[in-house]
Design a protein around this ligand. Structure first.
Ligand SMILES: Cc1cc2nc3c(=O)[nH]c(=O)nc-3n(C[C@H](O)[C@H](O)[C@H](O)COP(=O)(O)OP(=O)(O)OC[C@H]3O[C@@H](n4cnc5c(N)ncnc54)[C@H](O)[C@@H]3O)c2cc1C
Length: 813
């Protein structure tokens, strides 16, 4: 189905890959008026993974953004046939998700609440209704189900063809049988592609090559954490009595059921998925499949017969096993790659690409045309993974586990078990010997809590208070009442120096970095729209020498943002692993540290927001007086090799004050009580300083920073129609995690971006954006707020200011 024979020599945009993703991006580009789009498919449209998808198009996604995109996708698929004349097979048949445990029921209820934020209607139903909607179901063991009446299914091939037709109608050219051999790069920019029929120059290249994307990107030095795994379903013979019915998900058995034209398709997400190296897929793969391993699938077939006994009576006509590419965290890889300019990726669909493509095609097209995505997309941004998360050994180990996670319980605080212990703090072994239970972020192991009284340092997951709740409470209160120490060695640390260093950082930072030597500046890096690209601290060590400190979750992203904005004569060195970093916080922090630090720590001599090098227990340590928990405290940057010695001295000196080890879960509850934002959750590229309540950091008179004009315009516009607000539940029982809807006077007005139990205030606390024009302290005081937890609304106290020490007296004392 080549629409033109002659391959153009030039195009505005070349898309590599003619699966549903590539076709959806082409469709949306042309909708926005970009007509000079070329799609290159090595064999035939849909021949990769798209053709054999089961066609489930779910409204229920694990995150708010993806839920919102899925909703758009449904609307699009419902309208495509009328627009293009090409049938899609899209049907709004509804979906049922069953729970066999209380925890699963809670998870479904929490999903239902979250979906409500985006207008996705759902209801919890009992077994009588389940049997009505799904005749023949065996309800034994089912304790409740979620019904989404407007959920759907579609025909993947027909839907892709409709998108392709729509794209072609809009001016795109689609070529089959054209393999892209390489991406052409000039001076760090993608400038086209090469094929056996010649090169095509392009202003932008988009890689939508499905499971081939890692190999293609590798050719130009980009590692994408993608790995294919075998993925199964079976289809029965015709079942004469099979009525039309919703899609059914039996999460606790990892199963789904889809009725299609009188047959039943049954698929699953197994915990022991089989990885599939590219060598097994081969160059010529086209509408291909793998042999069926009956031993591997037997358990799922048996489970399916139990859930829906009629399935056991029907013969199986098709055993299908095909490859699909998965990512390390089950989320897509989207956006411009930092390593090569003008090169976008859209891959890693995790067996949800049919459902996802409508929305992500739109957001990627908008991103390419406007220079930024038309919605919050941080969690799927290709820049989120650190180097250590992209190696072949990492992906082969982690990704099969991630596949199994699709239908597993999505526990709060869940930690993957594979591909661990890659990056460790210099204090890792010491903390482990003292009871640390580690969690992983960005490939870095971090002490999340400490087991006490002989308990085992292992998570026992639940939606209620988990086994570490009381330990974390003791850590939290230890910081508030005396002093605690937590290891934040995972912080990314960039050493920025040279005569251009100040100018570079002034251009990037909305705060004024031109402070006295020893000054510490809390700042954001904005984009041209005033959105928050980064949230970090910068320490001035000397006239032309700075440390830039940021979270491990934004390590790679911030590194590249800095690299791309370097002015002349600026040198940047990544010193992340050169230092351990300890934060000593609490009312007794000064007294404790004064015992081992050879410098005057009095308030007059060592002011809040300053730092200096001091001898601490025999080491030269950079000490900076800051707090992310709202207490008196210092952060200590210690040469890695000397960290255990300094830590031992600190602990010995600390016995007098009951110094306690503190994990990062307690850090999270402490910072939430203090209302401190966390980049990636509470603030990100789509949020501006006014909305986030952070405009105090900006100093527009001090420098011409990126985003200054947008900041000033937003400031001039007055109260934003979306504002960050802190909440505390009145009832001490329910647990907040994040994504819970915020209700103001009974209306859903937003959702929590963070939530945790606040041990000082004695109830769950959270923060989130409230989308209400003119919202100010007076309006908040007059309104009734509730937070919906698993479909039940709970009264909440709301405040624009921090719940703990709003005037910051403690940390500045
Ligand atoms: C068994 C199974 C069931 C599934 N069920 C569902 C479901 O119910 N719902 C759902 O949403 N998703 C489902 N999926 C997942 C879904 O099929 C995929 O997520 C989706 O098709 C991915 O689309 P894509 O465009 O990224 O990849 P692909 O369809 O693989 O498209 C990529 C294309 O790029 C082409 N290509 C590769 N290299 C080159 C090159 N060098 N030059 C030119 N072209 C190239 C390939 O030939 C291919 O056609 C299922 C997957 C499987 C395996």
């Amino acid at each position: 189905m080549s629409f033109t024979k002659e391959l153009p020599r030039e195009a505005e945009i070349v898309i590599v890959g003619g699966g549903i993703v590539g076709c959806s991006i082409a469709y949306h580009l042309t909708k926005r008026g970009v007509k000079d789009v070329v799609v290159l498919e090595r064999k035939q449209l849909t021949c990769g993974t798209t053709w054999h998808a089961a066609g489930l198009v779910s409204m229920l996604w694990p995150t708010p953004t993806l839920t919102n995109l899925a909703k758009y996708g449904h609307e699009l698929y419902a309208s495509l046939e009328a627009e293009t004349g090409q049938a899609t097979g899209y049907r709004r048949i509804g979906s049922l998700s069953m729970a066999r445990t209380e925890a699963r029921l809670e998870e479904l209820k929490r999903s239902s609440s979250m979906a409500k934020v985006f207008g996705v209607e759902s209801e919890m139903i009992d077994n009588a209704r389940l049997e009505e909607l799904y005749p023949g179901i065996n309800p034994d063991g089912v304790i409740g189900s979620l019904y989404i009446e407007k959920d759907g299914q579609t025909n993947p091939i027909d839907t892709t063809m409709a998108l392709a037709k729509g794209a072609r109608n809009g001016g795109a050219q689609i070529f089959e049988g054209i393999k892209v051999d390489d991406i052409l790069v000039d001076d760090g920019r993608a400038v086209g592609v090469s094929t056996e029929r010649g090169d095509i120059k392009a202003r932008q290249v988009i890689l939508a090559g499905g499971l081939w994307s890692r190999d293609i990107a590798n050719k130009i030095g980009i590692d994408l954490p993608l790995y294919a795994c075998e993925h199964y379903y079976v289809v029965t013979e015709n079942m004469p009595d099979l009525t039309r019915r919703p899609v059914l998900r039996d999460f606790d058995k990892g199963l789904y059921f889809k009725e299609d034209a009188g047959k039943m398709l049954v698929g699953w997400f197994e915990k022991n998925a089989i990885g599939c190296p590219m060598s097994r897929i081969g160059e010529d793969f086209c509408f291909g499949e793998f042999p069926t391993d009956m031993d591997h699938i037997e358990e799922h077939l048996m489970g399916a017969m139990e859930t829906f006994p009629d399935f056991g009576e029907a013969g199986i006509r098709t055993f299908f096993n095909g490859p699909e590419s998965f990512t390390n965290d089950n989320l897509h890889l989207l956006g411009p790659t930092p390593e090569i300019d003008n090169f976008f990726v859209a891959c890693g669909m995790n067996s949800k690409g049919i459902g996802a493509s409508g929305g992500l095609g739109k957001i990627v097209a908008d991103w390419i045309i406007d220079g930024y995505p038309s919605g919050e997309i941080t969690e799927t941004d290709v820049r989120r993974n650190n180097t250590v998360q992209k190696t072949q050994s990492y992906i082969e180990e982690r990704i099969p586990e991630a596949l199994g996670h699709t239908y597993a319980m999505h526990w709060p605080f869940y930690q993957y078990e594979t591909a661990r212990d890659l990056l460790q703090s210099p204090l890792h072994a010491t903390l482990e010997s003292q009871g640390a239970c580690f969690g992983e972020v960005g490939g870095f192991e971090r002490a999340n809590w400490f087991a006490r009284n002989g308990a085992t340092a292992k998570y026992e997951y639940s939606y209620t208070r988990q086994n570490w709740f009381r330990f974390s409470e003791a850590e939290h209160l230890g910081v508030r009442e005396s002093v605690g120490v937590y290891d934040i060695s995972s912080f990314a640390k960039f050493d920025v120096s040279g005569t251009g260093a100040l100018a570079t950082l002034q251009r990037l930072s909305c705060a004024n970095v031109d402070v006295e030597t020893g000054g510490i500046v809390y700042t954001q890096w904005l984009n041209e729209r005033g959105g928050i690209e980064a949230d970090l601290t910068i320490a001035r060590l000397a006239r032309d020498h700075f440390y830039v400190i940021t979270g491990i979750g934004s390590y790679n992203r911030d590194w590249w943002h800095l690299q791309k904005n370097l002015l002349a004569d600026t040198k940047v060195v990544d010193v992340t692993m050169d230092f351990a970093c300890l934060s000593v916080q609490g009312p007794n922090a000064r007294a404790l540290l004064q015992k081992i630090a050879e410098t005057d720590l009095s308030s007059a001599a060592f002011e809040f927001g300053t730092g200096l090098f001091a001898q601490v227990a025999g080491s030269r340590v950079w000490m900076q007086r800051l707090s992310y928990v709202g207490e008196l405290g210092w952060e200590l940057f210690i040469p890695a090799a000397e960290a255990t010695t300094v830590f031992a001295a600190l602990q010995q000196a600390g016995t007098e004050y009951d110094l306690c080890n503190v994990g990062l879960h307690a850090l999270n509850s402490l910072r939430l009580e203090k209302g401190f934002r966390h980049w990636g959750h509470d603030v990100a590229a789509e949020d501006n300083l006014q909305q986030a309540g952070l405009s105090f950091t900006a100093k527009p008179d001090a420098s011409d920073f990126i985003g200054r004009e947008a900041f000033l315009a937003a400031k001039a516009a007055g109260i934003p129609s979306r504002r960050m607000v802190q909440f505390q539940l009145e009832d001490p029982e329910p647990m907040l995690y994040h994504n819970e809807p915020i209700l103001m006077n009974g209306e859903v007005v937003g959702y929590l971006t963070s939530g945790m139990y606040g041990h000082t205030v004695g109830a769950s606390v959270g923060m989130g954006y409230v989308n209400v024009p003119g919202l100010n302290a007076a309006a908040i005081a007059e309104a009734d707020f509730q937070i919906e937890v698993a479909t039940t609304p709970f009264a909440a106290k709301a405040s624009m200011r921090a719940l703990h020490d709003p005037d910051g007296v403690k940390m500045r004392g």
